[in-house]
Design a binder for this molecule. Structure first.
Ligand code: WT7
Length: 574
């Protein structure tokens, strides 16, 4: 595919110094990007068409779209093959009455079928909801209930975590993979696909029709269903060009699972909107496995997360002698603060500057980034994409001068902005409490060259290994344990994971604080919620600090943990 940067983005083809960047910002126009899409002419869109079918129509059908592998399986798919299979699955879904606007969820580990199903869902205009494979019963149930999902695609080994009797809206369950026994009331993917036609009439949509839902955590309440629409593709494509710097012959690898937004926006949409070959590696992380993946596929552009880079750093330089990483041209990071030390190490060891990028599930695409060629200040997230306006605001909505810490805010109106929080208008509106602005929940400052520096979350949301965890969810799960009277959960700084989950717990009468009980509690959260939400540290306390209205004061717990002053305690009970 011809991607001529200077043609598509005349003003920003070389963001190589401050002058060019500022010029790019000044001349920026979203319509220049919109022209790339077929709907610019036709008026009707479908993400699955733009990421897959279009490449077949335009003569790139035999190009490799997906290089899939995991420890047990290895397969390659061209754009034509993905078009045909996703058409087939679209037909299967239609056969069972599914159509535009229905929420269809996917709950399975990475496999080619996950990608085929996701595309098939989009082809019929349904809204896809990918769930991370490590979710346990409660987490799965909450998301399916809240979204009103009518169909779920899963595997026989995960089916046990789907409590169907409690899910009245869920009409169909599709099972992918070999099943030991014939299960009643499930639909077998492979049987259906064997007889499904690969001709499909696409559902043509409007730009504000639904695309995808990702659940994400806040500091209070249940996970929120962040709902995105087709329009997100504009910014996902644009950022693939200027931030990922994707070019025709790239072999691109985003390490994120599609259960999280990075794994869909940048593990599916951005690379395939650009027509590049996409590497998906399933299975568990190990430094050897990851380096082998880069070496084997000759990965050129690599998008991963700080925790992974820190783990690779921890594995040392020695193992690198076994792998060739010289194919790498561009390396990026997202999800949590990228330590300057890691940037320097990456430069020394990979010969690559790791480009930090900042965005959120809610923003739908990259917002503040380091661009190829731009001077990197290690520790800074970079500068807003041309077309995006970011600033720092105080709690009243006043803009703050450089070097002053405050709320990281974005001017509303960027194309990939979430369209709603499913079923929760009030939560959605909270983000926009300053008229015209999106308040991110992160605190940061801007320097005098317009670079943004992350300082922390404004709320109690925990970021462990780049995954967002709401303390309230973990606390709620803990309270279901018979031994636990009260629980307060905080993020405790950790060199590898950024933060780990620490739980402060007071026990009911008759229970004893033993190491065995700690282990049991950890297992309880792992099995009930998910492994990544389980506390890595537990401390038993006689009593927990609470407000008079009974809310656990996490701020005080954090101060205890970090040996900091506890601050204003006027609302504390007792
Ligand atoms: C939160 C969003 C969408 C990317 C995956 C995470 C933190 C994200 C950075 C960065 C420091 C970062 C923020 C943000 N975060 N990128 N480059 N530097 N912190 O998406 O799960 O929606 O989490 O991740 O706190 O608010 P998410």
């Amino acid at each position: 595919m011809e991607i001529n940067h200077s043609e598509i983005f005349p003003s920003i083809c070389s963001v190589s110094n401050m002058g060019d960047y500022e010029q790019a910002c000044e001349h920026f126009n979203w319509e220049d990007i919109e022209r790339h899409f077929t709907w610019y002419e036709t008026g009707k869109c479908n993400m699955a068409y733009e990421v897959i079918d279009r490449h077949v129509t335009e003569g790139r059908g035999e190009k490799v779209a997906l290089l899939y592998s995991d420890p047990l399986r290895e397969e390659t798919f061209t754009f034509r093959q993905l078009r045909d299979r996703s058409n087939q699955f679209g037909n299967v879904l239609r056969k069972y009455g599914l159509s535009k606007g229905d929420r269809v969820f996917i709950f399975m580990p990475r496999s080619p079928e996950l990608y085929i199903c996701l595309l098939g869902i989009l082809k019929i205009g349904a809204v896809v909801g990918p769930l991370f494979e490590a979710f346990m019963e409660t987490a799965v149930k909450e998301r399916l209930i809240d979204s009103g999902a009518v169909a779920l695609i899963t595997t026989s080994s995960l089916l046990g975590r789907v409590t169907r009797s409690e899910l009245p809206d869920l009409k169909h369950v599709f099972l992918v993979g070999d099943t030991v026994e014939q299960q009643d009331s499930v639909i077998h993917y492979h049987d259906e696909m064997a007889s499904a036609s690969s001709d499909l009439e696409l559902e043509w949509l409007d730009r504000d029709d639904g695309l995808i839902m990702h659940y994400t955590s806040g500091s209070t309440g249940k996970p929120k269903g962040v709902y995105h629409v087709q329009n997100a593709m504009i910014q996902q494509y644009y950022s693939a060009q200027i931030v990922l710097d994707l070019r025709e012959d790239d072999i691109y690898w985003c390490t994120a699972d599609p259960g999280w937004v990075t794994g869909t926006a940048y593990g599916i949409f951005a690379p395939w909107l650009s027509g590049v070959t996409n590497v998906v590696r399933g299975g568990r992380f190990s430094p050897q496995d990851w380096y082998a993946t880069i070496d084997k596929y000759k990965v050129t552009v690599w998008y991963s997360a700080p925790t992974a880079y820190r783990m690779l750093m921890g594995a040392g330089e020695e193992i690198l002698t076994n792998y060739k990483l010289s194919s790498l041209r561009h390396v990026l990071s997202v999800g949590e603060p990228l330590n300057p030390e890691v940037v320097r190490w990456g430069y020394k060891v990979y010969g690559q500057r790791i480009h930090d990028t900042w965005w959120m599930t809610e923003t739908g695409a990259q917002m503040i980034c380091n661009y190829p060629g731009m001077p990197i200040k290690p520790g800074s997230m970079g500068r807003p994409l041309p077309g995006i306006e970011a600033t720092i605001k105080d709690d009243k909505g006043n803009t703050l001068p450089p070097y002053t810490m405050g709320n990281l805010a974005i001017k509303v109106g960027w194309p990939a902005m979430m369209n709603r929080i499913w079923n929760n208008k009030a939560k959605y509106e909270e983000y926009f409490r300053v008229p015209g602005w999106y308040i991110s929940g992160d605190s940061a400052y801007m320097d005098d060259e317009g670079y943004f520096w992350f300082q922390g979350r404004v709320d109690d949301v925990i970021n462990s290994s780049g995954e967002r965890i709401g303390p309230f969810e973990v606390e709620s799960k803990l309270l279901e344990h018979p031994a636990i009277l009260e629980a307060g959960v905080i993020g405790k700084p950790d060199v590898i994971r950024g933060e780990i989950i620490k739980a402060f717990i007071s026990l009911r009468e008759g229970y004893e604080a033993t190491p065995e009980l700690k282990e049991e509690i950890v297992r309880f959260v792992k099995e009930g919620l998910s492994a990544h939400a389980a506390p890595r540290e537990i401390e038993f306390k006689e009593k927990l600090p609470k407000t008079r209205s009974g809310k656990i004061m996490r701020r005080v717990l954090k101060a205890w943990e970090l040996d900091l002053p506890t601050g204003d305690l006027s609302t504390i009970d007792d």
